[in-house]
Design a protein around this ligand. Structure first.
Ligand code: ADP
Ligand code: MG
Length: 477
């Protein structure tokens, strides 16, 4: 007899259970619960969980042996590692949820044709992107298309689909924070995915300039390696060109790079804060080169676009944190109305609101949104530094999640940021030690010790002093 649900196991059909051993369907049914138990009960960090465990699935059950596999094909040779490190936890999680003793095994995925097909592509992929890293979230899929940016989006997509064939160069301009870098990365991702044989170079013009300066400094009159590097490519994406305009030597070198690639029908994409005609110090010959392809501009988004972008960002944050964030449209529209021009600030406001809700452990509502956006909506009001704000900035600086700073964990990588939060809260807020005790859920002595430890380190160690200076700058008091 087949067991269809957990109630069968617990209830009247227990007798059948003894014969049928453990039901695969039951395990599959409750798999999300098992993973959740695993994630929350064994102090597994989010990164480790997402990398090793999230994609585990039930493959088969034989008597009391549960056979698992990973649906992530890149896991391949790491199965032994997963077994050794997490095997006991996984076994325990399954036993807790289904209330039966079991054994586990983790095996490779079926020899899926997809997997063999994917590996060579990944190898090509890493070697065909040169220059700077891409942000994995900056893809066409994550780019919200609306009236104000649809032309730029269409042009970028066209270029990505057929590099060098349509608009060359594609020149995208617009104010900061409107999506230029996002679109450039999207083009690169798209080509890497669809035409992985092409060599793509993504750099900012600053990097281009620094590399040129380095090449010249190392003695070569004609920096041959530099030229070779920038010419032996199929697609050049150069971000924020404005930094090199007016810098004669760099501009000159860029002109030659541009001509070389252009003549060879290689795709060039340029971004800038201004159209070519608005640069007073742009050499005429370079201006006419820039203008010979397609010049498109990104303008500030309208309300509906801002709402759609906020929803998209929220979706990404939920996916990445694996937590459902309850933010209703009223709150989103408050943010969209308050922030008029810059999409980066729009996202910053959402991040701040979520952080504030975590620190205060309160739901995300309009009151909290008003608090989070106070500095942005009323920029002229004197800034009040709250402990939440300090924790938020310190968390970002050290890349330690807010939850961990506020947790009871004693690992060194958490303790130092936590003590720095205590120190800064004492210095820049009017909170008493009792208030700090409540915020950090620590006793009096621990708070005082934390503050004193940072004071001592600042005196004795230049690095700590520099770190604190940098964080204070970020606090922008
Ligand atoms: P720029 O390079 O123009 O200064 P970015 O490309 O860095 O701006 O964009 C700033 C932020 O706004 C990024 O987080 C980006 O993902 C987001 N963004 C901009 N436009 C859009 C859009 N249409 N859809 C989704 N996110 C967007
Ligand atoms: Mg940019």
């Amino acid at each position: 007899m087949k067991l269809d649900s957990y109630s069968d196991v617990c209830g009247k059909e227990t007798a059948a259970f003894e014969n049928a051993a453990i039901s695969k369907e039951l395990l599959i049914d409750r798999w999300d619960e098992i993973l959740e138990f695993l994630r929350t009960q064994f102090n597994i960090t989010k990164v480790s969980f997402n990398t090793w465990l999230k994609n585990l699935k039930v493959k088969d059950v034989r008597d009391d042996l549960v056979i698992l596999f990973s649906s992530d094909p890149s896991i391949g040779s790491n199965l032994t590692f997963i077994k050794n490190k997490y095997g006991a936890f996984i076994k325990n999680a399954i036993e807790e949820i289904i209330d039966e003793e079991i054994n586990i095994d983790i095996v490779g995925d079926e020899p899926a044709p997809e997997r063999t097909a994917r590996l060579p592509e990944q190898t090509v992929r890493s070697s065909s992107l040169l220059g700077l890293k891409l942000n994995p979230d900056y893809t066409f899929d994550n780019f919200v298309v609306s009236g104000s940016n649809s032309l730029v989006h269409a042009a970028a997509l066209k270029v990505a689909e057929a590099p060098g064939e349509y608009y060359n160069p594609l020149y995208i301009y617009g104010d900061p924070g409107l999506g230029k870098t996002h679109l450039m990365h999207s083009i690169a991702h798209f080509i890497l995915e669809n035409t992985p044989s092409l060599k793509i170079m993504y750099v900012t013009s600053e990097v281009f300039m620094n590399e040129l300066v380095e090449a010249i400094r190392h003695g070569s009159v004609a920096p041959a390696d530099f030229r070779e590097k920038y010419r032996n490519i199929d697609v050049l994406l150069i971000d924020d060109i404005q930094f090199i305009i007016g810098k004669d030597r760099t501009q000159e070198e860029f002109f030659h790079t541009f001509n070389y690639l252009y003549e060879a029908k290689k795709q060039i994409v340029i971004s800038s804060d201004k159209p070519p005609r608005d640069f007073n110090n742009l050499e005429e010959r370079l201006r006419s080169r820039f203008e010979c392809g397609l010049t498109v501009d990104l303008t500030a988004p309208d309300f509906e676009t801002k709402m759609a972008i906020l929803q998209k960002k929220l979706e990404i944050k939920e996916y990445e944190s694996n937590i459902k964030l309850n933010v209703d449209d009223e709150v989103l529209s408050y943010i969209a109305e308050s922030i008029t021009t810059n999409i980066r600030s729009l996202e910053g406001a959402l991040t701040k609101l979520i952080a504030l809700s975590r620190i205060k452990r309160t739901p995300i509502n309009i009151e909290l949104a008003e608090e989070a956006l106070r500095d942005i909506v009323f920029p002229n009001q004197k800034k009040t530094i709250s402990p939440e704000y300090i924790i938020d900035i310190v968390s970002e600086h050290f890349s330690v999640p807010v939850e961990e700073i506020l947790s009871t964990k004693r690992d060194k990588y958490i303790v130092i940021p936590r003590q720095i939060c205590m120190f800064l809260a004492r210095r820049y807020t009017s909170l008493s030690t009792i208030d700090l005790e409540k915020i950090f859920k620590r006793d009096h002595a621990t708070i005082l010790h934390g503050i004193a430890a940072v004071e001592k380190k600042i005196k004795n160690d230049d690095e700590t002093e520099k770190t604190i200076d940098t964080i204070v700058k970020k606090l922008n008091i």
